[in-house]
Write a protein that binds this ligand. Structure first.
Ligand SMILES: Nc1ncnc2c1ncn2[C@@H]1O[C@H](COP(=O)(O)OP(=O)(O)OP(=O)(O)O)[C@@H](O)[C@H]1O
Ligand SMILES: [Mg+2]
Length: 290
């Protein structure tokens, strides 16, 4: 079999397919879950399949409009030279290998997460001055591009647009911003039609044959904040179809965010699984089949 493991991320395993010159990778999404950049000991049953189905939906939905790395979400012997190993079925994408940008391209439509922390401390978001008086969950007047570093180990750091220019060059940073904002808007519109709010999301771009393409996963509950639309602004926290309830639970334990993490109770695991499946089904209009 011609699959060679070349990289193990927190969630995904990357295998080379065929000779190096073919520049093809099999991206396999595991059921691992990370929070605060630490991988939990427990796996979330079917999570890799849900994320793969979600990314496949979005690549299909957006792929005519934007260049992406996807070759096939159901690769078989024609592409691999052999059957896909059964444990990889439903959680694999055959993709074009890209030269990844060393930044993460975050778009925020609403004030939350690390941006909220920064805002409350300095009234800025990724060093960009913001209007006063915003509260958590506030909608920005328009979505903002807020990049971060892409740390090989440890935590990504929020940076300004000019810091991103220093890392990738002005033309590339401008293109990444343009693509990020356009794809966020298209995704947010679709999410809105399904009754949920795409509060923010993270894209990763890479060069494929000289063109900047969307890589990695796209608009998933692992890479986004997604809220129940009707519940926003009603006082309490809206239902969150993302990792936030897991982060909140972890913080409630007093964990110092260094390995080893606390063991996840079954109720926490199941609620994450159910919320990921629910939002996949809402947005895609398809039933999740494990
Ligand atoms: N087309 C591609 N070519 C080359 N590398 C890719 C491509 N698409 C994604 N990648 C890389 O594959 C890896 C996927 O692994 P994973 O998502 O587990 O990453 P991670 O960075 O450890 O975790 P996180 O996404 O939580 O930061 C990432 O390093 C990503 O940049
Ligand atoms: Mg990733």
């Amino acid at each position: 079999m011609s699959l060679q493991l070349i990289h193990q991320g927190k969630v995904r395993d990357l295998y080379r397919v065929g000779p190096v010159g073919d520049r093809k990778l099999l991206m396999v999404a595991s059921d691992r879950v990370s929070a605060f950049d630490v991988v939990m000991k427990e796996e979330i049953r079917d999570k890799g399949k849900v994320l793969t189905a979600m990314s496949e939906f979005w690549f299909d939905y957006l792929g005519d409009r934007y260049p992406t790395h996807l070759i096939s979400a159901h690769p078989g012997p024609e592409e691999l030279g052999h059957e896909l190993p059964s444990q990889f079925v439903g959680r694999s994408m055959l993709v074009k290998e890209a030269e990844m940008l060393p930044i993460e391209c975050i778009v925020r439509g609403y004030l939350a997460g690390s941006a909220l922390k920064e805002y409350l401390a300095t009234q800025s978001v990724h060093s960009q001055r913001m209007p006063s008086g915003l509260v958590g969950g506030a909608k920005f007047s328009e979505p903002i591009f807020t990049p971060s570093t892409k740390a090989a180990t440890g935590h990504d750091i929020n940076i300004s647009f000019e810091d991103a220019v220093d890392l990738v060059g002005r033309d590339v940073a401008l293109k990444a911003r343009e693509l990020s904002l356009a794809i966020y808007s298209a995704g947010a519109q679709r999410a809105g039609e399904a009754g949920v709010i795409l509060a923010d999301t993270k894209f990763e771009f890479g060069f494929i044959d000289g063109e900047l393409a969307v890589c990695d996963e796209i608009l998933t509950p692992d890479s986004s904040r997604i809220w129940e639309a009707t519940e926003l602004g009603s006082g309490g926290e809206p239902t969150q179809y993302d990792k936030q309830p897991l982060r909140d639970w972890l913080e409630s334990t007093g964990w110092d965010k260094l390995p080893p993490p606390p063991s996840l109770p079954m109720a926490i695991q199941e609620s994450l699984r159910n919320r990921y499946i629910a939002v996949y089904e809402r947005i895609s209009g398809c039933e999740f089949v494990a």
